[in-house]
Design a protein around this ligand. Sequence first.
Ligand SMILES: Nc1ncnc2c1ncn2[C@@H]1O[C@H](COP(=O)(O)OP(=O)(O)OP(=O)(O)O)[C@@H](O)[C@H]1O
Length: 248
Amino acid sequence: MNILETKDLLFDYSGHKVLNGVNLEIREGERHAVIGPNGAGKTTLFNVITGSYKPSSGSIKFQGREISGMKPYQLNRMGVGRSFQITSTFAKQTVFQNARMGILSKQKVRFNPFSKVDKMHKITNETNLLLEQSNLAESADMPAGLLSYGKNRALEICLALSTDPQLVMLDEPTAGISKDETKTLVELIRKLTENKTMVIIEHDMDVVFSLADRITVLHHGEVLACDAPEVIKNDPFVKQAYLGTLEV
Ligand SMILES: Nc1ncnc2c1ncn2[C@@H]1O[C@H](COP(=O)(O)OP(=O)(O)OP(=O)(O)O)[C@@H](O)[C@H]1O
């Protein structure tokens, strides 16, 4: 069953067509990578699916329900979580406070020191558990701005998952981090997205091929191919889109 489907999705920036009829099918429970050359429209597609941009036309269905045009917070409440390419954590807040925000929003409550003690206690426990699972427990009291870049990316993923979404969308989670940090982050992503559906935009092909069950290739705002990694790896049109050559 498909958890997410887009049909004939169109989007343009003041006349500059970026999504030219995207038909995407994401199966429930899979880890799905969206790849494509720079400027193919990957981030725009994410922004349209997660409600930051309204599509010019076309349909987006999440769990069978039309979500096109819904606001990001509505989609978040329905079970769609996302991370951003650019760090979106609050630098002056501690790692714990950053993580707690997501947990609070899931419970639809604001932090209030006068709230019932057991309610806040539950939220503190959940936050600590999430930080532990994300290997961030030791940095809980540190301002997020002082984390290493790699740990900040881990916090980013932790935030995307803090609302316990069924579908999590990660935009280039490993951008700008070292090979070693990438390995650690990939293992973290694998662990945290178990039993969830994940869609990831990623340029690092080692990450793509080690994580993805299926891959969609976007090219000039259209789906060029969608298949298992072994098939995509050997697709001559994909090679051409990436390398500008048809050598096989
Ligand atoms: N805010 C914007 N206003 C106008 N054009 C934009 C805007 N954002 C992106 N574009 C253009 O839309 C096209 C697709 O950009 P997008 O960032 O979605 O591609 P991408 O596949 O994610 O690229 P990359 O891999 O480099 O991140 C590009 O031509 C880009 O210049």
